[in-house]
Design a protein around this ligand. Structure first.
Ligand code: SF4
Ligand code: SF4
Length: 411
């Protein structure tokens, strides 16, 4: 492991504890760039109209940043004013929470229902046609949305074999489509290579390539962030050539932690901010069609969404270099490349995904609940270091696992 890539347990704990003390969810630094926003209308005016791109075989025009059913109401309203017209995880809305503008002008929005496996989690659960069919009907009743534009298979397939042999999700979709309740099929895809709870699991890029070749799904959400990711970049080129749509998720790798670091923020080039540079890059310099990015309030909405479709300036490029160098030392990109090599079958990528929820999003409750549900946790790590040699970032995995384990029940 190089020194550049090393972060000690003490440093991790120091940074993390400081962040916890500061409340993590608060936006500590970077206010000088965009200022504070007082109203939804002001936020929308600062962002302006979002560009749109065609998505998937249907060639639907969608905003380059999409909304999500778990977006807080103020940024959701501002997003609608800026032209956000695709809503991921709309099943998170109850009837009273669906934005009035979506209900009033239903056909102007593309609304997605996200459907999980049943009888377990994304690793152990199963695909079951009647359950998926019933779930979508129940959500339609609960939300009053009338129909869903997209039915998304949450977390995706475990391997190529499952795509061919387990057609229950597709059958549920086809039944609902015949009834006019859904229109398009999509998935979000995680990686399962080397996952001890998923025999025969394969990487996200392998599975996604097979999904495109299968020809039934029309677009996918994929984990994608700044930094070097040749496997996913190759998939993106392939998808674009085929007309298959792509939406980036889990994009803000390590950004929450950066924003808590006064010294790092002070070193960023004048006029730049991490979320803004990230969105400029995603929407103008990659082969991604659209992106979903978590924002928690109107200030973050302005900083993030105002980068959409704007070209990268020299300062943004430098900011991205700095962000990449830092995130490569501290934040997992969830590629699962290390996973097959752990002799103790520690779910490394899962644990480091939960670490991101805690340290970047400040969502300790979610991280704790998910972590508690694992059958093998970080304290089973033998600190052998085998995984580190297979991590493209040379992330100090054992240190991070140990530090996360000691923090998670205190955060
Ligand atoms: S250091 Fe821990 S996580 Fe990495 S391979 Fe060894 S036991 Fe597995
Ligand atoms: S620890 Fe490294 S190899 Fe493992 S999933 Fe994260 S980035 Fe990939």
């Amino acid at each position: 492991m190089t020194e550049r890539h090393s972060i000690g347990r003490r440093e991790f704990l120091g940074r993390s504890t400081a962040a916890v003390a500061a409340g993590l969810a608060s936006r500590l630094f970077g206010k000088t760039l965009f200022g504070e926003v007082d109203s939804i209308e002001e936020a929308a005016a600062r962002v302006g109209r979002l560009p749109r791109r065609t998505l998937g075989y249907s060639r639907r025009e969608v905003s380059v940043i999409i909304g999500s059913g778990d977006l807080a109401s103020a940024p959701a309203e501002a997003a609608i004013l800026c032209g956000v017209n695709y809503w991921h995880k709309a099943n998170r809305w109850t009837r009273g929470e669906v934005p009035a503008a979506v209900l009033k002008n239903r056909d102007a929005h593309y609304v997605q229902v996200t459907v999980d496996r049943i009888g377990g989690n994304h690793e152990t659960g199963r695909i079951d046609e009647p359950s998926h069919y019933d779930f979508v009907k129940d959500v339609l009743k609960r939300t009053g949305l009338g129909y869903f534009d997209d039915m998304q298979f949450h977390y995706g397939y475990h391997n190529k074999r499952e795509i061919k042999n387990e057609r229950g999700f597709v059958r549920a979709f086809e039944r609902l489509k015949k009834e006019g309740l859904v229109k398009h099929l999509c998935l979000s895809q995680h990686g399962y290579a080397g996952n001890a709870r998923v025999p025969g699991g394969e990487s996200a890029a392998e599975v996604l390539t097979a999904v495109v070749e299968d020809g039934i799904y029309e677009h996918a959400q994929i984990m994608y962030s700044y930094g070097h990711d040749p496997e996913i970049n190759e998939f993106l080129s392939f998808a674009r050539k085929k007309g298959f749509g792509t939406i980036a998720m889990k994009t803000a790798r390590g950004v929450g932690r950066m924003r808590q670091d006064r010294e790092f923020m002070a070193r960023l080039p004048q006029g730049t901010a991490p979320h803004n540079a990230l969105v400029r890059w995603l929407t103008t310099a990659t082969e991604i069609d659209a992106a979903v990015i978590r924002v928690r309030n109107l200030d973050e909405f302005v900083e993030t969404f105002s980068g959409a479709g704007k070209s990268l300036q020299a300062g943004d490029r430098r900011a991205l270099e700095m962000m990449t160098a830092r995130a490569d030392r501290t934040a997992c990109r969830l590629c699962t490349a290390c996973q097959p090599y752990c002799p103790r079958n520690i779910p490394i990528a899962e644990i480091l995904r939960f670490e991101r929820y805690a340290l970047d999003d400040g969502d300790w409750g979610k991280a704790r609940t998910l972590y508690s549900g694992l059958d093998r946790r970080a304290d089973a790590c033998a600190a052998c270091g085998t995984c580190v040699a297979h991590c493209p970032q040379e992330l100090p995995i054992p240190d991070r696992l140990a530090a996360f384990h000691s923090l998670i029940y205190r955060g």
